[in-house]
Write a protein that binds this ligand. Sequence first.
Ligand code: NAP
Length: 308
Amino acid sequence: MTDFLLSKWTRREALTFALAAGAGTVWAPHAFSADQLPLITKPIPSTGERLPVIGIGTNSFSEAKREELRAVLKRLSELGGSVVDTAASYGESEQVIGELVAELGIRDTVFLATKLVGGADAKASFERSLERLKTQRLDLLQVHNLNGFEELWPQLLEWKKAKRIRYIGATTSFQADHSRMAELMRKYPLDFVQVDYSIANRGAAQTVFPMALERKIAVIVNVPLGGRGGVNLAASSERPLPPFAEKLGVSDWAQLMLKYVVSHPAVTCTIAGSTKVEHLEDNQAAGRGSLPDAALRARIEQYWDSPG
Ligand SMILES: NC(=O)c1ccc[n+]([C@@H]2O[C@H](COP(=O)([O-])OP(=O)(O)OC[C@H]3O[C@@H](n4cnc5c(N)ncnc54)[C@H](OP(=O)(O)O)[C@@H]3O)[C@@H](O)[C@H]2O)c1
């Protein structure tokens, strides 16, 4: 089947496919068309299940944006994307996602991740999340900002055993929490952690990432563009893309920043926040083709750090 398809590709497409395959890329038949490159996926270390490297963050999802968000989630699914990250504390986000995923009939293609905190309301919060997300089982439940982690752990294991959640995780977006997160990763058999990391914020690579590789824990990167408003994008708006960006087939800074983030060997995927279809499509394109190797990653860092 591959031979047949290869015969229809141009030499360049076939070469890109071969390079991407070497980098751990898999081909997603449902999403392929002549102008699209193969989808890049990475395995969850605790099971080997593969996830597309670019998912979506939803802390700005709201009822008021429902129509645009329907199109965003529809496009995510059409383009082969899967990871949708939300939280009990993200206002209307869970509710809107639950309703749209049900309306679009895409529950089977979406990897649903949400968050809760420890405390007297934890069990009720979990049940509310399932109800709002209109699902019997979450793909991933994360302890938000490590809040109440130790106290929640036995309950998380129980929910996992009862198959109400598939994976257990913990999140932070504060560098000050990285050493505590690394300690918890050493002590508890977590499936996932979620942590802040970007071209302008590389601290996790010194603490959380080495522990993730050692303990075989999946890493989701949050705030890959610098946070709400795309802070890193604003900082780069006056700068041309580096000349070597062409090698990676990226057409803008957002794609370069996302490819940089997910090319770290410890990183499983990232969840770029996007409430606009054009941003979603732009970001999904970064999850296809090839990723920078160690040498190219170093050149991206050098270019970012150099003045001007
Ligand atoms: N402690 C935690 O657990 C924690 C903390 C923070 C975040 N998170 C998770 O991480 C996700 C990502 O963080 P984030 O959304 O704050 O920051 P982000 O992903 O770094 O940036 C999102 C911002 O960039 C804009 N954007 C996205 N793609 C773009 C593109 N291609 N071109 C131009 N602008 C683009 C978005 O605009 P539009 O909305 O207009 O598309 C939004 O303003 C959150 O949604 C949340 O799920 C978790």
